[in-house]
Design a protein around this ligand. Sequence first.
Ligand code: AKB
Length: 330
Amino acid sequence: SSTVFTQHFQNVHTKSQDNPKILITGSLGQLGFGLAKVMRQRYGKNNVILSDIIKPNKSVYETGPFIYADILDFKNLQEIVVTHQIDSIVHFSALLSAIGEANIPLAMKVNIEGVHNIFELCRQYNLRLFFPSTIGAFGPDSPRNPTPDLTIQRPRTIYGVSKVHGELLGEYYHHKFGLDFRCLRFPGIISADTNPGGGTTDYAVHIFHDAVSTKKFECFLQPDTRLPMMYIDDCLNSIVQFMEYSCENLSMRTYNVNAMSFTPAELVEEVKKHVPDLEVTYKPDERQAIADSWPECFDDSKARSEWGWSHKYDLKELCNVMFKYLMPKN
Ligand code: AKB
């Protein structure tokens, strides 16, 4: 569709007739490669630049541009924006909830200092910014079922604290400097071909891999721990749809988005329809306390009514699509 997002880029670039250029930071995490695939189809292969500090497989370079970008190095970021004519950033670099607790100084550096660099960069060069937030931006004092967009946010992880900081800073930069800041709070994201990397919702990805490999799954959360979740395709579509939506019609800059909510026991029941002999044990660890402080169910009614958000995958469809990808073909 001819979209406002595309229009924005066309307006920005009418002088040189260039196409839009989007930089994705932390792109070797769970979401970057998938988002690039969707965006490259819409905006052109060379207009979406993946970046990270890790050297990826050769195959990543074959799909389109990949560059080194260290979000802690401001000059490196400036050079990238100028050299590649970047006009929009999707900022995925972050340490997730569990891994953040295991390395708080690094989480402060990446999730707070890194975010400061990104905000300043976007202000200096007038870039549009997408910043993902999370259910982890809420805490034990927030209403948990459902959790609205605007409510008490007192998270108890460094990940959550840094995400609230990013949300507030983004809204401040928007009001103070006119920065086109857009933020979605995501539930746990479930994907087949990329790993989540250190979160509290990761069990809901591990179960699928274990079900097809060993048929034994040890869950690090209790069976009745309810958390909001989403299949990756819904997540990526929400980003593109939200970024393309006309800025003037948004009443907020930060929205909850959700697809489903389930407990480990409910997920196991559905997974067992595909792998009936799956053996499951429960061994809660330090991630249980994090999960217990998070929303059980996300109220995303504002995203649905204001910019038309809707999910495609419920628990049943999630299991169908995950096993379609992961089950060995004979
Ligand atoms: C985590 O578990 O830390 C993330 C999240 C919900 O933000 N998946």
